[in-house]
Write a protein that binds this ligand. Structure first.
Ligand SMILES: *[C@@H]1O[C@H](CO)[C@@H](O)[C@H](O)[C@H]1NC(C)=O
Ligand SMILES: *[C@@H]1O[C@H](CO)[C@@H](O)[C@H](O)[C@H]1NC(C)=O
Ligand SMILES: *[C@@H]1O[C@H](CO)[C@@H](O)[C@H](O)[C@H]1NC(C)=O
Ligand SMILES: *[C@@H]1O[C@H](CO)[C@@H](O)[C@H](O)[C@H]1NC(C)=O
Ligand SMILES: *[C@@H]1O[C@H](CO)[C@@H](O)[C@H](O)[C@H]1NC(C)=O
Ligand SMILES: *[C@@H]1O[C@H](CO)[C@@H](O)[C@H](O)[C@H]1NC(C)=O
Ligand SMILES: *[C@@H]1O[C@H](CO)[C@@H](O)[C@H](O)[C@H]1NC(C)=O
Ligand SMILES: *[C@@H]1O[C@H](CO)[C@@H](O)[C@H](O)[C@H]1NC(C)=O
Ligand SMILES: *[C@@H]1O[C@H](CO)[C@@H](O)[C@H](O)[C@H]1NC(C)=O
Ligand SMILES: *[C@@H]1O[C@H](CO)[C@@H](O)[C@H](O)[C@H]1NC(C)=O
Ligand SMILES: *[C@@H]1O[C@H](CO)[C@@H](O)[C@H](O)[C@H]1NC(C)=O
Ligand SMILES: *[C@@H]1O[C@H](CO)[C@@H](O)[C@H](O)[C@H]1NC(C)=O
Length: 667
């Protein structure tokens, strides 16, 4: 959804390369240009914006009591007209990292082969792994995957990514991105430490594949060989409904042309690549409610039947609003703030996919929301980076889980967007405690704990019981019985007057014996950016995060009324409350030790860090004792450790060109 991509690049770091024609300028991100840390420069960046919006006025009179009847069996649920969604994994909510900034977020090469991973990024992923019982989902791709090419010999200076721009330095263009095989080594190294599962984006262009001017078959083969089972699929076509608008295809290129071209590219890949897994593609990834080019329209061409033997997943992408300023018309975030502050958004956003999701499931495919966030083209200052986004994303994710999506990926852009779940520091700042955790990151923790590590949780939205758009409620069932509840209070009122008490009953059935437990996602206001807690733990203000949670984990214990067979749960305005109904659900939840079992950042340098071998083995030790147990840390440790140890003397060249490259709004 890129209408106004602004690729502002300093011309300091130009490097001509023989692989590209003379008219093309290449910017390598392994620039040795230095930029001193300058706080004034930093405050100017959108990602560190100080805009604070005014929360909507609390509804009057305030609702202070809400009763919920949660059927104790699936039959009870069905008899009330509710149905459970499909079975979910705890890593439902993952990340979509724009290819063009992957080296800034995930890590980059140092020297010929070893890869320098960003420890904070590993921590952000480990937090999810510890809660979901399996590694997080990460997609590398986006608009910048189109026309990208794998350079098998790599690049000068061992850069992972190379940005190519055809115009003069200060033009507004979408760069072409090329990458070296090291990007897959890096992903593989990340998987060995935090069990990350990957999606990678292929360039989609039939004539380029046929004329061999891109090497997509080789990319598919290389990615599979290097990532093995940690590669979940390769996306082919990213927002094709916008191709003609973005001049990526000629006017008149329709959904039928799409389906024809898809088959041609897929055939070329199968002919030219040796693939271990032939159910490897992901599409169609339409995004934007284009009349005649929606998911149902793509399916109506026969695309799903045509492709299903080679599909891994079906995907769509969608943002509820945009900050693209089409024709200069920018929305005012304050005016639209309430769109993210009630349950209507979550329910409404899933409706267009009901038919397609049923068709995908009938074809044996899972449905993924491949890229989303609060708003495209960078999101909105004060909105995308506020606690409103945390509540909205958690609500929307659980709604998608209820409506049979099985994953959703939060988009991560460059320095100049408002919506990032995490952002590295903007210059060669001297230690790793300088990342910024975005409000939306907290949703990933809340959702991972809500769905839990069983791979067996099913979600139902019970909100229609009360029909209060500010107080939705989901129940999570396992093996036909309710185990957890997620209750929201979208009202922002620090006076306490809009807090409500949720009175829970199991439809007359006995409550589980003993107390029930509650964890909260909280902030003093929906407009809050940094004082956000999950179970009392936080990642702090801008430039203060190493990706770990700090403070003591809090699990509130609440005594239920065994005579009345009800439990009363306070739900603060604003907050999300996660209620563990059973001792079993509490036992499988992340413990306080596991909650922070991440990587110590003892060796630090230039806004990134190598993994200290001691820290790594400690980390693995903690992980070994965690609920996850599923990863092969023992076997991976040796090679993983060797692979990610960077040579300190090489660290001096690790100045990522993040101050030189200001990437604006790849979605
Ligand atoms: C960061 O940049 C400044 C200014 O160029 C330089 O003096 C300093 O050594 C750099 N810091 C590191 C850790 O490389
Ligand atoms: C880590 O990456 C290096 C290349 O940079 C590779 O040689 C090594 O096999 C990788 N290790 C693992 C465990 O993925
Ligand atoms: C597709 O590939 C052809 C052949 O390399 C090229 O001429 C054309 O510009 C490409 N189209 C897009 C939209 O990248
Ligand atoms: C779309 O497909 C039709 C039928 O094959 C073809 O005639 C037409 O040229 C295609 N349009 C574009 C823009 O590729
Ligand atoms: C609730 O959210 C919807 C959809 O985002 C929005 O259109 C509506 O204005 C909101 N309602 C209120 C009362 O704020
Ligand atoms: C709900 O979605 C439909 C389109 O799917 C849209 O027309 C309608 O305005 C939306 N309603 C709200 C309240 O946002
Ligand atoms: C889903 O399919 C039904 C029946 O074919 C149709 O009436 C409805 O409009 C479709 N819904 C969407 C959102 O396309
Ligand atoms: C989701 O899947 C369940 C179980 O198969 C089914 O009962 C339900 O109707 C589906 N929901 C939607 C929105 O398709
Ligand atoms: C959940 O699924 C993942 C991936 O398939 C697997 O590694 C893990 O062991 C499963 N967890 C449980 C509790 O079955
Ligand atoms: C942070 O938020 C909590 C409520 O979530 C509040 O009690 C506390 O006073 C706030 N701290 C600061 C420094 O604003
Ligand atoms: C929250 O964490 C702080 C800092 O670790 C601790 O002092 C406090 O007791 C914790 N609150 C609760 C209710 O556990
Ligand atoms: C049960 O909850 C009450 C408060 O609601 C608390 O006083 C009591 O200590 C809790 N009991 C246990 C075993 O956690």
């Amino acid at each position: 959804m890129l209408n106004t991509a602004l690729f502002a690049v300093s011309c300091l770091t130009l490097l001509e390369r023989s692989q590209v024609s003379a008219a093309v300028t290449v910017y390598n991100s392994d620039s040795t240009a230095t930029a001193a840390y300058d706080a004034t420069q930093v405050t100017g960046l959108p990602n560190f914006d100080n805009t604070v919006l005014t929360p909507p006025t609390p509804p009057s009179p305030a609702v202070t009591q809400i009763a919920w009847s949660v059927p104790s069996t699936e039959d009870g649920l069905t008899s009330q007209g509710y149905e459970l969604g499909v079975k979910q994994r705890g890593n439902f909510l993952g990340f979509s990292v724009e290819l063009s900034v992957a080296d800034q977020i995930t890590g980059h090469s140092v020297g010929k082969n070893p890869v320098n991973l960003k420890v904070p990024f590993l921590n952000y992923l480990a937090n999810i792994r510890n809660r979901a019982g399996m590694g997080p989902l990460v997609r590398v791709g986006g608009n910048s995957q189109e026309a990208s090419t794998l350079y098998t010999d790599g690049f000068a200076g061992n850069a992972i990514i190379q940005k190519v721009k055809v115009d003069g330095c200060l033009q507004t263009v979408t760069p072409t991105i090329n990458y070296s095989p090291d990007i897959f080594y890096m992903m593989s190294n990340i998987s060995s430490t935090v069990d990350a599962h990957w999606f990678f984006g292929l360039s989609f262009n039939q004539s380029a594949v046929e004329t061999m001017s891109t090497n997509v078959p080789l990319v598919a083969q290389t990615a599979q060989q290097m990532l093995g089972y940690h590669l979940l699929g390769l996306q082919l076509s990213n927002e094709p409904d916008l191709y003609t608008d973005h001049n990526k295809r000629a006017a008149g290129w329709t959904v039928d042309n799409f389906t024809t071209e898809y088959a041609e590219v897929r055939t070329e890949i199968l002919n030219d690549a040796t693939l271990e897994n032939k159910q490897f593609l992901i599409g169609p990834s339409v995004c934007c409610d284009k009349v005649g080019f929606e998911l149902d329209d793509v399916f109506a061409t026969g695309w799903l039947d045509q492709e299903k033997d080679n599909l891994a997943y079906v995907a769509v992408q969608h943002y509820p609003e945009d900050n693209c300023g089409v024709n200069g018309n920018y929305l005012n975030a304050q005016d639209i703030y309430s769109e993210w502050l009630n349950h209507t958004s979550a329910t409404n956003l899933t409706v267009p996919y009901f038919n397609g999701t049923r068709a995908a499931i009938a074809a044996g495919k899972e449905m993924i929301m491949f890229e989303t966030n609060t708003a495209s083209c960078g999101g909105f200052a004060g909105l995308s980076d506020s606690f409103a986004a945390s509540l909205w994303m958690a609500d929307y994710a659980l709604q998608m889980a209820y409506r049979n999506f099985t994953a959703a990926l939060i988009h991560v852009g460059g320095q100049s967007v408002f919506y990032n779940p995490f952002t590295p520091p903007p210059s060669n700042m001297t230690d790793t405690w300088k990342w910024t955790t975005g409000s939306i990151y907290y949703s990933t923790l809340a959702v991972a704990e809500t769905l839990g590590p069983s791979n067996n949780s099913q979600v139902v939205d019970l909100s229609p019981q009360n029909d209060n758009i500010y107080a939705p409620m989901y129940a999570i069932y396992e093996n036909g019985a309710p185990v957890r509840l997620a209750l929201f209070n979208y009202v922002s009122d620090s006076s306490g007057a809009s807090d409500y008490t949720a009175t829970i009953s199991l439809g007359g059935a006995d409550l589980p014996s003993g107390n029930i437990s509650v964890r909260y996602m909280r902030a003093p206001s929906v407009a809050e950016k940094y004082n956000i807690t999950w179970a009392n733990q936080t990642m702090g203000a801008a430039y203060t995060s190493d990706g770990r949670l700090y403070r003591e984990q809090e699990t509130v214990s609440i005594q239920c009324d065994t005579t009345a067979k009800t439990c009363s749960i306070p739900v603060y305005a604003p907050s999300m409350a996660l209620v563990f109904l059973t001792t079993g659900a509490m036992q499988e939840a992340v413990s306080s030790e596991q909650a922070t079992a991440t990587f110590a950042t003892t060796y630090v340098n230039v806004g990134s860090a190598t993994v200290d071998p001691a820290a790594l083995s400690t980390g693995n030790g903690q992980m070994g004792s965690s609920a996850t147990g599923a990863t092969s840390e023992g076997s991976a440790q040796t090679s993983g450790t060797a692979g990610i140890l960077a040579v300190p003397s090489i660290m001096a060249v690790l100045l990522v060109a993040s101050t030189t490259f200001a990437l604006r709004a790849f979605n």
